[in-house]
Structure formats: C-alpha cells, structure tokens
Design a protein around this ligand. Structure first.
Ligand code: SAM
Length: 204
C-alpha cells in the first residue's frame, strides 16, 4: 500500500467524501476509516491490498472505506442494508466500476450468494450485537487461506462487559468456527472500544 510521510493514501478519483489530496493521492483518514486506523497502528505495515484481490465488504455504509479499498483491489462486493447510506454507495459505484453494491442483510448471506464468487478478504464492519455470528455466516465466501478482518464494536456487542472480555469472547467464537485469530489490535485513539481481529481461514 502507498504511504506518504507516514500517511496512508490511495490512488483513485478523488472527491468521494471531501477527502484531502496529497501529491495526487487520496488521503485515507484513520479517524474516518477503521481499515486506515488498523493499517496506521500496525507498526510493521503488513496489511496489504493488492490488484488481484477480491473483497467482500459487509457494512459498506456510504462507501467511504469501500472507495479506498476499491482503489487498490480488483473488485469489492459491498453489502449494506440501510437505504440512506445505500444512495451514497450507489454514487461511489457509479464512479468506480469495480464496486458492486448489494442491498441486503449481511446476516442472510443466502440472499446475495448468487451474486458472489470466492473472495480473498472478508471485511466486516456492521457494528451489531451479532457481529461475530454474521462474520461466521459469511465464511462460505472466503477462500481457503483467505483473510477475515472483523472490526468489533465491543459496546454494541455488550455494553456491560469489559471491552477486552468481549474481544476475547469473539476470538474464541471465531477459533471455534475454524479460523486462526492472528492478531487483535485496538483502534484507539482513532476509534474507541473497537478491536480489529485479523483471522485466517485454515486450508482444508
Ligand atoms: N465500514 C463503513 C466505513 O468505514 O465507511 C462504516 C460502517 S458503519 C459503522 C456500519 C454500517 O453497517 C451501517 O451503515 C449499517 O447500516 C450497516 N449494517 C449494520 N448491520 C447490517 C447488516 N446486518 N447487513 C448490512 N449492513 C448492515
């Protein structure tokens, strides 16, 4: 991925959400995007999005992060169920031909299964109490050895529990579903009480 003076950027048509442009590149703001926050916080800069990647993105909202991911990869299947952000997402898809907007409930993958192919990255940011179950239900689309990045909003899962306890519980559920949880990163100061769980689907 492209970094300019420690700032993550992407190369694509600008003007999606008023993002800054530096040296012709779109600044990918870690305060606006959990993916950018995760990439910025990882000292080893080891997250990668490459031109041959297919991505299933759950919780696309108005396409802010989707637009940056699409600047790097082959195709992004972007699932969102709320009509209002969907309107903005459709505008993003109009300008980026590799974004496939899908209006559907990510908890019901059978609804959009006919539109999908196997993906290399399953990215999930739905901020719901059932986040982990939704991620697991969508593993059918992830190729063996593919990556799941789950942006866990711990307060949505259980506001009464310690965020670390919620993250540990989520990691246990994902492990039981056959994933290897490779890392858990907290996204503060960019996003409070959010943990990013990076997982690998073990080859069968
Ligand atoms: N990922 C976005 C970004 O970085 O620009 C922000 C996502 S926002 C935190 C969560 C989004 O998930 C909301 O737009 C919400 O409507 C959507 N969402 C929540 N539950 C969903 C579900 N079951 N299926 C599809 N979308 C869902």
């Amino acid at each position: 991925m492209i970094w300019i003076d420690g700032t993550l950027v992407s190369k694509g048509e600008s003007g999606v959400y008023g993002e800054r442009v530096v040296q012709g590149y779109r600044v990918w703001d870690p305060y606006r995007s959990k993916y950018a926050a995760l990439a910025t916080k990882r000292k080893q800069r080891d997250l990668d999005l490459t031109p041959d990647m297919k991505v299933l993105y759950l919780g696309a909202a108005n396409g802010t992060t989707v637009s940056h991911v699409a600047d790097y990869v082959e195709v992004v299947y972007a699932v969102e169920f709320a009509p209002h952000p969907m309107q903005d997402l459709l505008m993003v898809a109009r300008r980026r031909k590799n974004v496939i907007p899908i209006m559907a409930d990510a908890g019901r993958p059978e609804q959009y299964a006919p539109l999908l192919e196997q993906v290399d990255l399953l990215y999930q940011d739905v901020a719901q109490p059932t986040q982990v179950a939704i991620a697991i239900a969508n593993l059918i689309f992830l190729r063996p050895d593919g990556q799941l990045i789950l942006m866990l909003k711990t307060r949505s899962v259980d506001v009464s529990k310690d965020p670390k306890e919620v993250a540990t519980g989520a990691a246990e559920e994902l492990t039981a579903a056959g994933l290897v949880v490779e890392s858990v990163d907290w996204l503060a100061p960019y996003h409070l009480d959010h943990a990013a769980l990076v997982c690998r689907k073990v080859q069968k």
